[in-house]
Design a protein. Structure first.
Length: 480
């Protein structure tokens, strides 16, 4: 086995174990530095990831694990997301008190699952990696054991997650039964014969899509999202909304758009309908929300719908658009949770607390405004270009079926709806009367987090070529 290609995952596992050992054995005065240790470890892993060449392809575990362009791009994204979440955790620890080392370790173990998911080239690897991510988030969601809302969210997530896992493993069994293999390259070869039009094979693929659809909050498998987002600790919600969702999309890209593309091409109309319903459901349900975390939850569903536009194109341009959008979406969402971490210190997450924020902290008001505008798709922020790429990728496919016209039209309508509920918060920030005149203090780690997110939203919006080129290279260099 080529263990060298697994070095990023090995380093992540070792980092998680080191954190757990230090939590048990280190003196109490050193335990407060576990966040810094985690941050430094993740930064070193990210730097080490740049030693891999984007164009190369290597395998491990008998071909079940692959390191290619898509895997490398995704792993860099997952590690960068984890670094930002740990910065948010360090701020939360300084604001609210000590956070146990297990929390940092679980973040690292969830990251490990995401990195394995990015390299999955076998149905067993797909299942094991996504379950490692999900189980880590079960614990992270209910980590505040004394909080009833957090425990309720964890139970709901566990129940829905168990159902999705059942669909996933039953779908894997059906695909294996018809194709005779669980390896992605073997499945692709089997589609040259009778498997392509096998009803059982398509049923299996559909069940796998249902299982992954729970992870990405795809309609109609999104019912868990608002409750879990509301009840989970904010750093967990931030990682769940970005990293976990991205892992699901990377698996869909690798299995459906690369391995089983001839079969999925027959689903074009169904994928368009799912994308349309997901966009409409998320945006319409977000309108009446007063709880900011529930609003982000419904917004997350809508953004899953935009990302599904790229899936529905069944094209390389669609894959590149998804990868670009995942990055810019992550920057905006993490920035929002950074502001939320300062503004909301209790359990009340009513959007009324944003009233007059610009008087209490012009810096936080600017960051929140830019994050909301980016999510809404307002230029020159990166979210605008992300939505443009996704809509463009769908518009280029209209000669295949007229349904793409409806998809593009609904996407534009969804953008218009989102502008309403996002700018409702911006209105409160600048024109609302503050309920509290106290100036807000921001810790140094959070300043670093917010500046990084802001820089990313601006740079990738004004000069998107570098990220777009990297996404295109990753989309073109997917191994079988």
């Amino acid at each position: 086995m080529n263990t060298g290609v697994l070095i990023l995952e090995i380093c992540a596992v070792l980092l998680g174990l080191i954190i757990l050992i230090l939590e048990v054995s280190a003196p109490s005065y050193l335990k407060g530095g576990l966040g810094i240790i985690t941050l430094v470890g993740l930064a070193l892993i990210l730097l080490f990831s740049y030693t891999f060449t984007p164009g190369f392809i290597q395998f491990a575990f008998g071909g079940a694990y692959v390191m290619d362009g898509l895997a490398l791009f995704s792993k860099k994204f997952f590690i960068a997301t984890a670094i930002l979440v740990v910065l948010l955790l360090i701020h939360t620890e300084r604001q609210n008190g000590f956070i146990p080392g297990e929390y940092y370790a679980l973040i690292v173990f969830a990251l490990t699952g995401m990195m394995f998911a990015a390299s999955a080239n076998h149905l067993v690897m797909l299942f094991v990696s996504i379950e490692l991510v999900t189980v880590s988030f079960y614990i992270l969601t209910g980590f505040r054991k004394q909080n009833r809302e957090s425990l309720e969210a964890a139970i709901k997530y566990l129940i829905f997650g168990a159902v999705s896992s059942a669909f996933l493993i039953f779908g894997i069994a059906l695909v294996y039964g018809t194709s005779g293999t669980m390896a992605f390259n073997g499945i692709a070869k089997s589609l040259g014969g009778s498997t392509l039009h096998s009803a059982i094979f398509h049923t299996g693929l559909g069940m796998i899509l249902v299982g992954l659809g729970f992870k990405i909050a795809m309609f109609p498998f999104q019912l868990w999202v608002p409750d879990v987002y509301q009840g989970a600790p904010s750093p967990t919600t931030a990682f769940l909304a970005t990293g976990s969702k991205a892992a699901g999309f990377v698996l869909i890209i690798r299995l459906f758009l690369n391995t089983a593309e001839p079969a999925i091409a027959l689903w074009r109309e169904q994928l368009i309908v799912i994308a349309i319903l997901t966009i409409l459901y998320g945006n319409l349900c977000a309108i009446p929300q007063r709880n900011i975390k529930r609003l982000i939850g419904y917004s997350s569903i809508a953004h899953a719908g935009y990302l599904l536009m790229g899936i529905a194109t069944i094209a390389t341009d669609g894959i590149a658009s998804i990868l670009y959008y995942l990055v810019v979406y992550m920057l905006a969402v993490v920035a929002m949770f950074g502001v939320i971490a300062v503004l909301f210190k209790g359990e009340d997450y009513d959007i009324g607390k944003f009233s007059g924020l610009h008087q209490r902290s012009p810096f936080l008001a600017m960051i929140m405004t830019c994050a909301l505008a980016s999510l809404a798709g307002i230029p020159p922020l990166a979210g605008f270009f992300g939505k443009f790429l996704l809509i463009k990728s769908a518009a280029l496919q209209v000669d295949l079926t007229s349904s793409y016209y409806y998809l593009v039209a609904i996407a534009i309508v969804g953008v218009a709806i989102s502008i309403y509920y996002y700018f409702k918060i911006i209105k409160l920030i600048y024109w609302g009367e503050p309920t509290d005149q106290t100036k807000l203090s921001i810790s140094y780690p959070l300043v670093v987090l917010l500046v990084l997110c802001m820089a990313g939203m601006l740079c990738y919006g004004i000069i998107p070529s570098e990220l777009v080129d990297a996404a295109k290279l990753a989309a073109k260099s997917i191994a079988m």
